[in-house]
Design a protein around this ligand. Sequence first.
Ligand code: AMP
Ligand code: MN
Ligand code: MN
Ligand code: MN
Length: 283
Amino acid sequence: MYSNYDLHTHSIASDGSLTPAELVARAAAAGVEVLALTDHDTLSGVAEARRAAGPLPIQIVAGVEISVSWQGRTVHLVGLGVEPDDHALRQGLAGLLEFREWRAQEIGRRLRRDSGISDAFAGAARYARGDLVGRTHFALFLVEIGRARDLRSVFKQFLVSGKPGHVAGDWASLEQALGWIRGAGGQGVLAHPARYSLTRSKRHRLIGEFKELGGVALEVVSGSHNLDDCLNMAHDARSFGLLASAGSDYHGPESPWLELGRLPSLPLQCQPIWRDWPLAAAA
Ligand code: AMP
Ligand code: MN
Ligand code: MN
Ligand code: MN
């Protein structure tokens, strides 16, 4: 049986800083046995991750973190075990990537107009290294030119609602995202549910709709959850009859709030999402 799972990580295919091969090598060296690559709205790193894992003692789960608009805010769904060539999933993600392209240019225009920052789009694109340009890449550029101290302050000053570089999300609906994930043979996980600053009752409404539409697990252990969040999400998973997932949300060695291979175990009352995975039998 495998015991070291990390089911939420990023590479340069979205806003992580390692290549998929570097991520896989680092995860394997840190003792991760089962790794899901879950880049934002793209599967483009999965093939490289699989190739890199070939000779290493690590299994790769094909995954994606889909951006969803729900009741005027953005929430994230992780899809695990998806078929990367599934047509409808690819089409759906292509639509989100198109919105991302427009949004990145619009963020650049707004930063120029309202904050006098020229060339933010080009600067962000440099950090994105040819792949999708996300808010993290703008944040890296703004830190580079000295407009803020660190990534957190850039988000706070420029990139969140009410700030000059904010552009409202126009992502998938919960129903679309779960439809794509399930249609591609995958399992839908509600990512870092404690991070959305929702009231308890609103969070429960989100979890209820998620379950109704075929979602199967809550991310209970997450790099963005503290111990209280983790215990609360374990409680929610149990009361909604959902499985539990665990992922670091790793973005690279320079964001070291949670290193690979160091995830705490799921609380005992949880049913792990990997409970019935065939790969466990192979170990
Ligand atoms: P995007 O999907 O392009 O809108 O960017 C969302 C990503 O930005 C998240 O997945 C995080 O990687 C990053 N992010 C969001 N908020 C913050 C923050 N306060 N500090 C640092 N990174 C953040
Ligand atoms: Mn990210
Ligand atoms: Mn996320
Ligand atoms: Mn993530």
